[in-house]
Ligand binder design. Structure first.
Ligand code: ADP
Ligand code: ADP
Length: 227
């Protein structure tokens, strides 16, 4: 069934004292439940704009955005988000950081703690749960950010260039870990990357975008057998 529906969405950024920027025009995109979808395209074509609107962090100028049939009106606890920088809070431990979304959603329970423990185990972070983010490598911080995004067991996972700051080896390892997590609990993934190899490796479909004005050019089906 349908998960994310982007229907005729446009976005113009108004800037005080400067001409407005047309970032996106009449974009249509439908993601099915449990599908891994990547968005690729040159810098400035509007990938982050789409993701931030689906996340409820940014209003569209026109058109409609829905998740599981409900209009997106703001950030939603059933949507997990991972950005390029891990954005862990440096005064909280890894464990406190990953439980934060559950705390914000007032949903800390034995099952969220079990979920956090399970995900930390799967990503090899169990021994680091009482450490502070500054004590972790870049790859480990990004693993913690992924665990944090998954701790509420969201139906939708949004990732904006999550691995682009990592070295090639760590990126490939995290690609495999992400696929393992996704296979275990399939969810709709919208994944932004500049790395075509990564997009082909991870995705069911890839959306290729045009610049100026930002627009979805074509959608490519990927038929690669997953490991
Ligand atoms: P991408 O993620 O593909 O690099 P973005 O969605 O970040 O593209 O940006 C799309 C366009 O919107 C670009 O031209 C960018 O400069 C512009 N833009 C993004 N955010 C803002 C903003 N807050 N104010 C003005 N223009 C913006
Ligand atoms: P990178 O992000 O640099 O590629 P990884 O996240 O792949 O590194 O971590 C490689 C291994 O190095 C981890 O499994 C862990 O055992 C060890 N490691 C990394 N940072 C630390 C640290 N601060 N303290 C102890 N061990 C660490």
């Amino acid at each position: 069934s349908v998960s994310i529906e982007i229907d005729g969405v446009s976005k113009t950024y108004d800037r005080p004292g400067a001409p407005p920027v047309k970032a996106l025009t009449h974009t249509d995109l439908t993601l099915n439940e449990g599908e891994f979808f990547s968005l690729v395209g040159p810098s400035g074509c509007g990938k982050s704009t789409i993701l931030n609107m689906v996340a409820g962090l940014l209003d569209s100028t026109s058109g409609s955005l829905r998740i599981a049939g409900s209009p997106v009106t703001g950030p939603n606890p059933s949507t997990g988000i991972v950005f390029q920088k891990a954005t862990l809070l440096r005064w909280l431990t890894v464990y406190e950081n990953v439980l934060l979304p559950a705390k914000v959603a007032n949903a800390i329970s034995t099952s969220t703690r079990d979920m956090a423990d399970h995900l930390l185990q799967l990503t090899g972070l169990s021994d680091f749960k009482d450490r502070y983010p500054s004590e972790l490598s870049g790859g480990m911080q990004q693993r913690a950010a992924i665990v944090r995004a998954l701790v509420n067991n969201p139906t939708v996972l949004l990732m904006d260039e999550p691995f682009s700051a990592l070295d090639e080896f760590t990126r490939e390892t995290l690609n495999d870990e992400l696929l393992r997590l996704w296979t275990e609990r399939p969810k709709t993934v919208l994944f932004i990357t500049h790395n075509i190899t990564e997009a082909v490796y991870l995705s069911d479909r890839i959306g290729v975008m045009n610049t100026k004005p930002g627009r979805l050019k074509e959608i490519v089906e990927v038929k690669l057998a997953r490991p």
